[in-house]
Write a protein that binds this ligand. Structure first.
Ligand code: FEO
Length: 164
């Protein structure tokens, strides 16, 4: 299950990198910066798991990745996809935590609590951004300001760089 989670975090990093490229090529430089940072953050989530698995006597598997063709009709569509993706990640983490309790693996359970907290923050951030985009709708001035502001929002966990 931890190797499956490694793959999911790596896929998140890849998907957000593709989203950043889309944003950059469509004139949303601020959003692109935000998504590039988010992609880096997901790579750190993956790395933290890789090190944990190897240090605990397991073997981390580095997955092959493919996001296919990534294209969006709007910024709102980007963040709808991002939120949907994060909700899937949360479900996966919850399954790992459930299994930890079944197996009485309290070490992994403690380790996974970092991810539980992280998901709370990531989902809240994605919902917040999406709410703003719903308010703006198709207003070009609003989108311009949104993009400018997003450049300065720290995807929270960038500041909490995992060190394990
Ligand atoms: Fe690492 Fe956004 O889940």
């Amino acid at each position: 299950m931890l190797n499956k989670q490694i793959e999911l975090e790596a896929n998140s990093s890849h998907l957000y990198l593709a989203m950043a490229c889309w944003a950059e090529c469509n004139g949303y430089g601020g959003t692109a910066n935000f998504l590039y940072r988010h992609s880096d953050e997901e790579r750190m989530h993956m790395l933290k798991l890789v090190k944990f698995v190897n240090e605990r006597g397991g073997k981390a598997i580095i997955p092959n990745l493919s996001v296919g063709k990534v294209s969006f009709s709007s910024l709102k569509a980007v963040f709808e996809k991002l939120l949907e993706h994060e909700m899937g990640v949360t479900n996966s983490i919850n399954e790992v935590v459930f299994r930890c309790l079944e197996e009485k693996d309290y070490t992994t359970h403690a380790f996974m609590q970092w991810y539980v907290t992280e998901q709370l923050e990531e989902e809240a951030l994605a919902r917040n951004v999406l709410d703003k985009l719903k308010l703006i709708d198709n207003d070009k001035g609003g989108l311009y300001l949104f993009d400018r502001d997003l450049a300065n929002i720290q995807a929270d966990s960038v500041a909490n760089t995992p060190t394990a």
